[in-house]
Design a protein around this ligand. Sequence first.
Ligand code: PLP
Length: 451
Amino acid sequence: MDTNVSNSWEQRDMQAVFHGFTDLGTLNAEGPVILTHGDGIRVFDVHGKSYIDANSGLWNNVAGFNHQGIIDALCAQARKFPGYHAFFGRVADTTVALSEKLIELSPFDAGKVYYTNSGSEANDTVVKMLWMLHRRNGQPQRRKIITRVNAYHGVTVATASMTGKAYNAEFGLPLPGFLHADCPHYWRFGLEGETELEFSARLARNLEELILKEGPDTIAGMFAEPVQGAGGVIVPAEGYFEAIRPILRKYNIPFIADEVICGFGRTGEMWGSVKYDMQPDIIVASKCITAGYFPMGAVILGKAFCDALMKVSEEAEEFPHGFTAGGNPLGSAVALKSLAVIEDEGLLGNVNKVSGRFMARLKKLGEHKYAGEARGVGLMGAVEIVADKKTKQPLPGHLQISERIANKALKKGLICRPLGQAIVLGPPFIITEAEIDQIFDILEETVDEVF
Ligand code: PLP
């Protein structure tokens, strides 16, 4: 790092920027990476060094870092009508058009869309929708939210409570009433001799026991990511959603698919909830909706839930909730263009075209002596580092090992993500097979050097 050079970008960063979700020991030792621009799947730092970003920014820059069509859409909207709220009965025409497009793309026959600036805000908004709906329907006690161990739903107070990660204990979270069901990770939690279907059936029984213990009429809703992303790319066990769906229906518990990562093609389908047959009442989307070019979250309400919420909102005279920049026309124009790029300009098609190569190289990395499971779908994948393939025990200091791999790879010009004891990859949808090979060539070399 250039912290010795007085007034270097690195020094200025260290003095002025408070970094969240950053290992501060590594930051202090290695310094920050200060980026200036991007080109395709690469980003460039202030010294001109280039990096392949195998995480698409944070799962979102799927069209690459300089897509002219999206940039043009943003500039055109900025010239036409750059910013307005979506309250008080006023909304930009572009936002209406985006809402129609999202409903058309969604698995719902009809419905409505509510806008936020982020995935966290979108999930948080759904919690308030659930609470208001149940309260107005004479069930004010129906407030508990079920999510799952290893889930990631955001950072607001409610969504951090929904997130099933130990670090939220730093904030004294989760709040009471936020319940965490089992994580559907067969490789990690399956019992000796238990088949994948038996595992899913056991998790469904556990879920029903949890609902009965808490009281079905105290549960407001259940949220699930189709594939747990920040949990380490946990692809659901076979039959998992088929097993839990009837239980939620039995107790009339609304089911919300958090598609912030999976939505718009990451799994190879437009929706992860369709791929895994979740049949949700609500879809929460963000990230790829604007290909990372504008902050936006969207709550897509299926018709039945939407009608029920509209009814109680009319009784209350409004749904008293909103973000100043939610449904901003700039974001809406960027989203319309990004969705067109994903759907019509072949990005979703490319995910399916190159996913075979991605998974093959991932599995090959999984053959390494210290690799446990190599798992993934579409263009999302993870390799778990273990001390012993059989016992699946982590290596001592396992967090440092995945971080060491990621830090070494960074020096070689590859951005990948250490997550617990796993290395996680989620490259942009525009990636070619040759670029996939570059990523894994660097990773294989790095892993060999670390061990
Ligand atoms: N839900 C999921 C599944 C996510 O992966 C994320 C972020 O990574 C969020 C919600 C929160 O989104 P945001 O960071 O935009 O608030």
